[in-house]
Design a protein around this ligand. Structure first.
Ligand code: AHM
Ligand code: MG
Length: 338
């Protein structure tokens, strides 16, 4: 029987044999994976661990924080601050950046994360996850500041997520395709279960929160109308709809069997271009999807080309099967941007 490939071995081979990543990035990814393992255990205990329910606090986005949002955030900070690989971190759950304290050595990477994406699903026992993205700190000689994080997604050096579902699965790219690792709880390690993940270019499955329909821009309404018209409509085929309300779980389905995910701009808060965050959600997911042969767009530009101006910036997100995303982008062409 062929021996199992652990995440550690996969990363070591990517460093030593394929020379795709340097050793400090390898160590950083190992630490992130270890933190995800610990979050997975906390999620798994649920009520038995006293981790369900909300706190009395709100995050910078004005969202009520779940206990597990805070636990996951602390686990990621504590695991990553002392290793010497990072200069700073930024999280969906913290207002400003977290600079590695002086007592620890500083490295050249910046880590961004959504510690617990889809946390509204925590208490109802539906899949949730951690999303992460790694940038290299610009070589400007100075200390680290928020300005160092203002890099477009195409500059990411690693990105991934860990979905806490029926299985705990870590999905990773370092720029040479997408690999999936399943947590073997008996061994306590992530084991490679799929390599060179590819999203089928065509699909009959879309994911969107339909309750927002009245707030959408015309091209999105047109697209969904086409899907709903099915075989009698302009697309000439019946579509299926899925919405888990956990981006990690929806994207995991798309990486597994194709589909398209939309959280588009809507007019509820015109100043905010969408619900999802560029740095913690759209960029890492966008790069994973592109690395698996799919596409990721705001409807008007490639997500990975958006240059951030704020840490918690929001963005319109359309990603998944390439031909479907291109069709939606074509529906936007020539229409006025909202
Ligand atoms: P969160 O990071 O606060 O959990 O919010 C992001 C989540 C995504 O996982 C999901 O796609 C979306 O919000 C669901 O939003 P809605 O409740 O509007 O359907
Ligand atoms: Mg999120």
């Amino acid at each position: 029987m062929a021996s199992k490939i652990s995440l550690t071995r996969y990363l070591v081979e990517h460093q030593r044999v394929h020379a795709v990543i340097p050793s400090d990035l390898r160590l950083l990814l190992e630490v992130v994976a270890r933190a995800c393992k610990s979050i997975s255990h906390a999620v798994n205990k649920g009520e038995l661990g006293g981790v369900l329910g909300a706190t009395e606090t709100e995050n910078i986005q004005g969202e009520v924080q779940k206990k597990l949002d805070i636990i996951a955030n602390e686990v990621l900070i504590e695991a990553n601050e002392w290793g010497g690989h990072l200069a700073a971190m930024a999280s969906e759950e913290m207002e400003g950046i977290y600079v590695v304290p002086h007592r620890y050595p500083k490295g050249e990477y910046l880590l961004m994360f959504d510690p617990l994406d889809g946390s509204s699903n925590v208490d109802v026992n539906v899949s949730i996850g951690t999303i992460f993205s790694v940038l290299r700190k610009p070589d400007n000689g100075a200390g680290v500041s928020e300005a160092d994080f203002m890099q477009p997604g195409c500059k990411q050096v690693a990105a991934g997520y860990c979905v806490y579902g029926p299985q705990t699965t870590l999905v990773l790219t370092v720029g040479d395709g997408v690999a999936m690792f399943t947590l073997d709880r008996e061994q306590g390690s992530f084991v490679l279960t799929e390599e060179d993940v590819k999203i089928p270019p065509d699909t009959k499955e879309f994911a969107i929160n339909m309750s927002n329909m009245r707030h959408w821009d015309t091209p999105i309404k047109t697209y969904v109308d086409e899907c709903l018209a099915g075989v009698e409509g302009p697309r000439g085929k019946d579509f299926n709809m899925r919405w888990i309300a956990s981006m990690v779980a929806d994207v995991h389905r798309i990486l597994t069997r194709g589909g398209v995910f939309l959280y588009p701009w809507d007019k509820r808060e015109p100043g905010k271009p969408g619900k999802l965050r560029l740095m913690y959600e759209a960029n890492p997911m966008g790069w994973l999807v592109e690395q698996a042969g799919g596409a990721a767009s705001t409807g008007r530009e490639r997500i990975l080309d958006v240059v951030p101006t704020q840490l918690h910036q929001r963005v319109s997100v359309i990603l998944g099967s390439k031909n479907e995303v291109e069709h939606i982008v074509a529906l936007h062409a020539g229409t006025p941007a909202p």
